[in-house]
Ligand binder design. Structure first.
Ligand code: CAA
Length: 377
């Protein structure tokens, strides 16, 4: 497998870097302007085929874009990742022709913002334990229940909602539905107050006697769990790219700070140099893990293990880099408005969402323990 970026990918990487550095704003509001700019450049539907209004790029290019955007604004990064990986791909992979025509062009252009509604109070890591119900009625289903920590929350236009048609069936009763934000019975709570990623709104959504026509069911009845899991494989590579962007941002800030100190006559001591070298080596290794996962995903093969590894390694590295860089920069890094403080606060949620890093390790270990041939270790 080729792990050095092609000329094309290097060229696109440079384009994304310029876009992120010069066009993204970093104020404290939901980043509408960033999303409009991203939409104008085709980044809201980067890996979606042109026939469906996307840019028709490959998955690796999309991941390079998320990394560069997240380095500058990790909130915009997670919004773009969720919108595409688990907000738009559901339609592309599992939508009927009619559903694709109805939603894909508008999702690809950014006219609609997509969201993914799986998590519940008692069903976070154990997604199969969800209790939101979909009761079959004439012409469709009635949904009742609530979903927690939904990225996009009150801002999103289209939710892929997972509900059970038969609670006694566990995960095999779970079914996926496309729910437009203006459906009677759907309400979104206020944005959660979080420690980081504050420009990305996260909210509860509630469904009360919400009627959904059969034409809004995504895929077959009872196929929802597999749909959710397969989508999360792609989603986790996006979150890994977000972690890599954050780790790079923290490291770059710190190296620049140490350089300035040296310029002022304060030499970098050996223990600081070791920390910087370790973080740089880990960043390079994580980058390869992510590109490998992205290439596996782009080739169409199942990439559950590659995605899980990339996700936990990259987001753990983001937290480690932010923490150690704060230690190194000390008072130069920990002011409330300092970028390092923001990286530190932003790095926590990626270790938790789209499957906590503990769950990622379980996924990897389970797969390895069930394999006879370990030559790909
Ligand atoms: N692709 C395709 N099929 C898959 C799959 C995948 N990635 N993962 C599992 N499956 C299939 C399995 O092959 C299996 O099929 P068979 O029954 O035919 O063998 C079936 O699904 C059940 O798989 P498991 O035995 O692994 O299921 P489990 O109940 O033990 O669950 C789990 C495993 C990995 C813990 C899973 O529950 C999980 O990933 N939990 C985390 C959930 C999560 O990531 N939530 C994040 C929500 S989104 C978010 O954070 C916020 C947001 O806004 C985006």
């Amino acid at each position: 497998m080729e792990l050095v970026l092609s000329e094309y990918h290097q060229h696109r990487q440079e384009e994304f870097r310029c876009f992120a550095d010069s066009e993204l704003d970093q104020d404290h509001q939901f980043p509408h302007q960033n999303l409009i700019k991203a939409g104008n450049r085709g980044y809201m539907g980067l890996p979606i085929p042109k026939e469906w209004g996307g840019a028709g790029d490959d998955f690796l290019t999309y991941i390079l874009m998320l990394e560069e955007v997240s380095k500058v604004c990790a909130s915009t990064g997670v919004i773009l990742s969720v919108h595409t990986s688990v907000g738009t791909f559901p339609l592309l992979y599992y939508g009927s022709e009619e559903q694709k025509k109805r939603f894909l062009p508008n999702l690809s252009s950014g006219k609609l913002l997509g969201a993914f509604a799986l998590t519940e109070t008692g069903a976070g890591s154990d997604a199969a334990a969800l209790v939101t119900t979909a009761t079959a009625v004439d012409g469709g289903y009635v949904l009742n229940g609530s979903k927690l920590f939904i990225t996009g929350g009150g801002e999103a236009d289209l939710f892929t909602v997972f509900a059970t048609v038969d609670r006694s069936m566990g995960r095999t009763g779970i079914t996926a539905f496309l729910v437009e934000k203006d459906r009677p019975g759907l309400t979104a709570g206020p944005p959660e107050k979080k420690m980081g990623l504050n420009r990305s709104h996260t909210a509860e959504i509630r469904m009360e006697d919400l009627f959904i026509p059969v034409s809004n069911r995504l895929g077959e009845e009872k196929a929802g769990f597999m749909i959710a899991m397969s989508l999360l494989d792609g989603g986790r590579i996006g979150i890994a790219a977000q972690g890599l962007g954050l780790a790079r941002a923290a490291l770059e800030f710190t190296i620049n700070h140490l350089k300035q100190q040296e310029h002022a006559g304060v030499n970098t001591d050996q223990s600081s140099a070791f920390i910087i070298a370790d973080l740089a080596a880990k960043t390079a290794a994580v980058r390869l893990l992510i590109y490998r996962a992205a290439m596996a995903k782009g080739s169409g093969k199942r990439c559950t293990r590659e995605a899980a590894m990339a996700k936990f390694m990259a987001t753990d590295l983001a937290m480690e880099a932010a923490t150690k860089c704060l230690d190194l920069c000390q008072s130069a890094g920990c002011g409330v408005d300092n970028p390092l403080t923001r990286y530190f606060c932003d790095a926590k949620a990626p270790q938790i969402y789209e499957g906590s890093n503990q769950i990622q390790r379980i996924v990897v270990a389970r797969e390895l323990l069930s394999q006879k041939n370990l030559s790909q270790l």
